[in-house]
Design a protein around this ligand. Sequence first.
Ligand code: UD1
Length: 351
Amino acid sequence: MKVLSVVGARPQFVKLAPVAAAFAEADIEHVIVHTGQHYDALMSEAFFDDLSIPDPDVHLGVGSGSHGAQTGSMLAALEPVLDKHQPDWTLVYGDTNSTLAGTLAAVKLHLRVAHLEAGLRSFNRRMPEEHNRVLTDHAADLLLAPTKVAMDHLADEGLARRALLVGDVMTDVCYLVRDAVAGREPLLPDGVDADRPYVLATIHRADNTDDPARLEAVAKALAGIPVPVLLLAHPRLRARAAQHGIDLGSGSVTVADPLPYPALVRSVLGATGVVTDSGGLQKEAFLLGIPCTTVRTETEWTETLDDGWNVLAADLTGLGELATRPAPSTPRGHPYGDGRAAQRVVTALIG
Ligand code: UD1
């Protein structure tokens, strides 16, 4: 059996890691196509190196652009690659523009598509990712869902017959990396001390970065958190802040580059709290037992909200208090599976 994976953005590399390992173990021929949506070394190569992912077989080098230009370039570049390889399955991951392009290119060539992380919904139509998810789920042939809630969304949209609950592959990799970094010291920049409480923050969603007034409010709220804040700045955040003359590093905040995955996990483990608008990081904080505050009006990972492990704080009110709140005393359960989702993906694709 031959599977062709289409990836392009940072969280997709994390998801690819356990899947590629499971394919290798099962002797499945695996072609990895990198669209080039993310291209900075810290956003791309670092993940392939640290998570032992084989180098991409094909790199499309598409790069950044408006949604239409970026997705369109990927579509055009993917078509001949898919046509040449004729995979038994095209596997697409998550909700980025690379996901949608991979799906559309494959289904139009009558190639079967499996969507990993199917069924997540924010119900926020301002998010480009929401359209990517919905369109991908409705076009794909096999919907590999991470959670029961995702299965329910697929059923509500009439897609239950194509859906299968496999668990969350990010949980597989998060647990493996957590165990690998246990005992290591977090590598923190000056201004953040591993022996004292600190908050780890990331902000990259268009709704938080692209309107200068909103970005300024977010930067101010982070600056006012009463303990040091390590802000791992996505290139988009840095670019927008520079464009609008907003200082990201005022008050409590120390700005640093995005971290490689193992260093990120280690830094989360050492933090008092996480403040983010990333879907993946909300879940990683939950899995690692660190309270999270999400700077959005909703989350796709609703299980993280149970018992207050994750709290939504789009209006930024009381962010300082929220970000430094103690961890809940209640157990978290295992809504994201047992860390063996990738094996279930293999079984599902073999059929
Ligand atoms: C994309 C995904 C988002 C995901 C995120 C993870 C879409 C619509 N969004 O958002 O779901 O959570 O990846 O990080 O697909 N840039 C660089 N270097 C890079 C990559 C990006 O400088 O390697 C800058 C460019 O200015 C670019 C901007 O970041 O225009 C945004 O990148 P893009 O890939 O369009 O979206 P993300 O915000 O990264």
